[in-house]
Design a binder for this molecule. Structure first.
Ligand code: SF4
Ligand code: SF4
Ligand code: SF4
Length: 280
């Protein structure tokens, strides 16, 4: 038992973290949805991390589909919760701390202090589709286009602020349709950019407004890839295969594209010397 806990401390810690959120929210709100929601997501992520640590090839796709489809289809389409960034602004302006605001706080604002951009690697329903495209390893240099994300971020904020300033009616309905239309645009743009740049994650690197929240906290992430340099033979296979262009051989917080790591584990799987790990 001790050996199992030691070898799987990251999946176990992750599950406990989500379970703590699930139980705390259930007890404070008396809403059983939170118990189900965070237990389900935490269990999917913990099982995926467990499979990943045993080098199972489709571990991450399993989690992405389990969590991504649940959020997109069940929460977004069936329950009509706008879980996009517009939904976050909407509930924030209403002063309601539930649904999208809780989701953003856990997955994208506070959570990244612990699990970095795990959201992007394991749960995002946009990333879930982009990762199925052919350019899993980016071809060519990364472009200097990250500034676009800030424009999209401001547009999403202005859109929702405008609805409140001009006292537009039927906001719930507008939020539902902006979720549907927004996702169609994100998917279309994401797929188009992947083929133009020959890089599945081009949308994540240049366009996605959520990274404005994700990047600052993930700089301090507790879970991160580090290198045991006594094992490393400097073959560079890890860096060449990273979908996010992270320089994971540099252990410092300031490493190149360090806040882009989605904890996908590809570098660790590719390393012939098992020199990379998620241990601190
Ligand atoms: S960067 Fe944006 S689109 Fe990409 S996986 Fe993260 S949240 Fe999803
Ligand atoms: S390949 Fe490694 S460094 Fe690159 S995103 Fe995946 S886990 Fe992070
Ligand atoms: S793949 Fe492994 S051995 Fe090669 S450079 Fe990366 S960490 Fe070092």
């Amino acid at each position: 038992m001790k050996k199992f806990i030691k070898e799987n401390k990251i999946p176990i810690t992750m599950w406990l973290l989500f379970e703590t959120v699930a139980v705390t929210l259930f007890l404070t709100t008396s809403n059983i949805f939170y118990l189900f929601n965070f237990t389900y997501i935490g269990t999917c992520i913990a099982v995926g991390l467990l499979l990943l640590s045993h080098k199972k090839k489709y571990a991450r796709n399993f989690v992405q589909l389990g969590v991504g489809l649940y959020m997109l289809v069940y929460l977004g389409i069936i329950c009509r919760e706008n879980m996009q960034i517009e939904g976050f602004w909407y509930y924030l302006f209403l002063g309601v701390f539930e649904a999208a605001t809780i989701h953003y706080f856990v997955a994208k604002i506070a959570g990244p202090l612990f699990f970095g951009r795990g959201w992007c690697g394991y749960a995002c329903w946009t990333g879930m589709i982009l990762d199925l495209l052919p350019y899993k390893t980016p071809k060519g240099e990364r472009k200097n286009l990250g500034w676009i994300r800030y424009i999209v971020f401001l547009l999403s904020l202005s859109f929702v602020a405008g609805l409140f300033i001009f006292k537009v009616d039927n906001l719930e309905n507008i939020m539902f349709w902006s979720f549907i239309i927004g996702n169609v645009i994100y998917y279309a743009l994401g797929i188009l950019l992947a083929f133009i740049f020959k890089d599945n994650r081009a949308f994540c690197k240049y366009i996605c407004p959520i990274t404005v929240f994700l990047k600052p906290a993930s700089y301090y992430s507790y879970i991160r890839v580090t290198c045991d340099h006594s094992k490393c033979i400097n073959c560079n296979k890890c860096v060449r295969n990273c979908p996010m262009n992270v320089d994971m051989l540099d252990d410092s917080r300031k490493r190149k594209y360090g806040t882009e790591c989605i904890l996908c584990g590809k570098c660790m799987n590719e390393c012939p010397k098992n020199a990379l790990s998620l241990d601190k």
